[in-house]
Design a protein around this ligand. Structure first.
Ligand SMILES: Cc1cc2nc3c(=O)[nH]c(=O)nc-3n(C[C@H](O)[C@H](O)[C@H](O)COP(=O)(O)O)c2cc1C
Length: 369
């Protein structure tokens, strides 16, 4: 079956993605004071990356100050942030892509420095603006990180409320797809995984206890996020440490999440603790998306080292996924979709695409020259 990623739309609830290529959430760590988008950075960044795309998911956006991973992340807990994020949703939609937003709580991975620059990717001391992270159990993410405060029932209730409130704000801002970040060791993943969750109360212990927080968040978000708009859950489908969350756990959980109101599962992996060794290679996580889709019947997105449209086409044709997310490849080469289909380019670029060669000179000159 031919399913060209650039010419096969995808319908999720009442939203149609014009094609099957999306940009996954990718933090740029450029937020202005107040955890606001910086118009000089975020507007051109997201405008450029919306050209020709079916979906653009704006980077991890914290539902509360303590849920920021770094002080340079976007946030969505006040009116000013809601208004500023509306400008991002607008530039993405204006290019014909569906504007998506990822909501996140960093959990025990909070209070870090951004990954670049001196002292990057390290826990932040209080003197440098760090704060006390929250988590299921007082177990640090890695050596040198603070042990998180084990969340009380009241704090868990508050986290659920924060996700639901931020989802309402995302709808007000004009986003048309919402992704909940339940991967990479962040709060919602940390509750799923026995590596981080040694709670013995209702939110820990067995599968039902460990999945309770995520399921409550999905159900609460469904009450504030409009019924006609899709809800995606990004899961680390497995940990890479002995005794961790497994692919079998994911396949058991996904139909429950679908009952709770999730429409698609974005299949990433790993990140629960350091050190860990992950495999890698071209499209290396796509077999996970395939297994989840096949065994749960719920639509999936594949992500991870997918760098060409040919790979994307093959994954769609194999039935590995319903949507292909290309991250780093599109960060560095955002014109990739439009180069393959000039009709996807904004009008001012179309003649340039038709007359400029990236390879050998084709002898065409624009009429102005
Ligand atoms: C710079 C950078 C920032 C990222 N930020 C996020 C993020 O905010 N949320 C998230 O879920 N994943 C994040 N990721 C992971 C990506 O969404 C994606 O899953 C990963 O890069 C693998 O896809 P790729 O090989 O196509 O880049 C980030 C990755 C990179 C390289």
């Amino acid at each position: 079956m031919i399913m060209h990623p650039l010419s096969t739309p995808l319908r999720l609830r009442e939203v149609e993605l014009r094609n099957r290529i999306g940009l996954p959430a990718m933090s740029t760590y450029q937020a202005a004071a107040g955890n606001l988008p910086d118009p000089r950075w975020h507007l051109p960044h997201y405008l450029t990356r919306s050209i020709g795309m079916g979906l653009v998911i704006v980077e991890a956006t914290a539902v509360a100050p303590e849920g920021l991973a770094t002080p340079h992340d976007l946030g969505l807990w006040d009116d000013e942030q809601t208004k500023a994020l509306a400008a991002l949703a607008d530039v993405i939609a204006d290019q014909g892509a569906v504007p998506g937003l990822q909501l996140s709580h960093a959990g025990r991975k909070a209070s870090r420095s951004r990954p670049f620059g001196p002292g990057g990717d390290a826990p932040l001391a209080e003197a440098d603006g760090g704060w006390q992270p929250l988590g299921p159990s007082p177990l640090p993410f890695a050596d040198g990180y603070r042990a998180p405060t084990s969340m009380t029932p009241a704090q868990l209730k508050e986290a659920v409320r924060q996700f639901a409130a931020a989802a309402a704000r995302a709808a007000t801002a004009g986003f048309r797809l919402l992704e909940l970040h339940a991967g990479h060791g962040r709060l919602l993943h940390s509750f799923l995984s026995p590596i981080a969750n040694q709670h013995s109360d209702a939110y820990g212990g067995d599968f039902t206890g460990r999945t309770r927080l995520l399921r409550q968040v999905v159900r609460a978000v469904r009450t504030t996020w409009p019924a006609e708009l899709p809800l995606v859950v990004r899961l680390s489908v497995r940990d890479f440490l002995p005794g961790g969350w497994s692919l079998e756990d994911t396949i058991r959980l996904v139909p429950l999440l679908a009952d709770d109101g999730a429409d698609l599962i974005d299949c990433t992996s790993g990140g629960i603790a350091r050190p860990e060794t992950r495999p890698t290679g071209p499209a290396w996580q796509a077999p996970y998306a395939h297994a989840v889709r096949r065994d749960s019947g719920v639509p999936t997105a594949a992500v991870g080292k997918i760098t060409t449209l040919e790979q994307a086409e093959q994954l769609l044709a194999e039935g590995a996924c319903d949507l292909v997310l290309m991250g780093r490849a599109l960060l560095v080469d955002p014109m990739l979709p439009a180069r393959h289909d000039h009709s996807l380019a904004p009008a001012p670029y179309q003649r340039a695409l038709a007359t400029t060669t990236v390879g050998p000179d084709d002898g065409h000159l624009p009429p102005e020259l």
